[in-house]
Design a protein around this ligand. Structure first.
Ligand code: CA
Length: 230
């Protein structure tokens, strides 16, 4: 699955290494040394995927990710965060800023490749393009639109797929492991906690409509989409 990938990394040697690996794998690569330059490039042409270093001079990777997620034009572009920090709380902060996955430096070209493929696969439309509707929530896969009580809801690509899966398999408990299989597909490198982060983001997006209550936690088991009270 060749893609247009934008690499934002301020260390020239690392940037060159990543770019060479991606080109070898058949991808078209653009690169930027800072967030400001990246924004100008994104403004000109939208990449299929962004590899984003956490620590950048000027605007940080986290701030850039937030900014891209807040803009309707760039909201759907998958972001993989590159970080030298291995601490769990940093990973979670990275995901919460809007990244779809993270890779901790140093990483092997094979690991990076696998994560890129997984994130790109996730972005592909679900098998069914039929709109689903339940409890005041409507999800239209063809238009990539969600409305809650008639108002538009902005979701990142992973939350969209997660909600789509939950809505098409309602009133059933899904374990984190099952959700990883169904929504993430190739989850070799994804931890179960990642599911919790994306569920939290999904609920936060639905909160103002009150429909976050449809996405229910089943203690000790997993999550359920239900129009009945928890
Ligand atoms: Ca850096």
């Amino acid at each position: 699955m060749p893609a247009n990938i934008l690499v934002i990394e301020d260390e020239p040697a690392i940037q060159a290494l990543i770019a060479a690996n991606l080109r070898r794998a058949g991808h078209a690569v653009h690169a930027a040394l800072d967030a400001e330059t990246a924004l100008r490039q994104i403004n000109e042409s939208l990449p299929d995927l962004i590899l984003l270093d956490w620590m950048l001079p000027g605007m940080s990777g986290i701030d850039l990710a937030r900014r891209l997620r807040a803009d309707g034009r760039t909201r759907g572009v998958p972001i993989i965060m590159l970080t030298a920090k291995g601490e769990e709380r940093d990973k979670v902060a990275g995901l919460e800023s809007g990244a779809d996955d993270y890779v901790t430096k140093p990483f092997s070209p094979r690991e990076l490749q696998a994560r890129i493929q997984a994130v790109l696969r996730r972005g592909r439309p679900q098998a069914s393009e039929d709109a689903v509707e339940a409890g005041g929530l409507r999800l239209d896969p063809a238009a990539h639109r969600v409305t809650a009580a008639g108002s538009p809801v902005n979701l990142g690509p992973t939350e969209f797929r997660l909600l789509h899966f939950l809505m098409t398999h309602p009133e059933r408990v899904h374990s984190r492991d099952q959700l990883l299989d169904q929504v993430w597909g190739d989850h070799v490198f994804v931890e179960e906690r990642t599911v919790d982060v994306h569920i939290r983001r999904l609920r936060a997006a639905l909160e103002s409509s009150g429909l976050d209550r449809l996405v229910q936690t089943v203690r000790g088991s997993g999550y359920r989409f239900s129009v009945a009270e928890a």
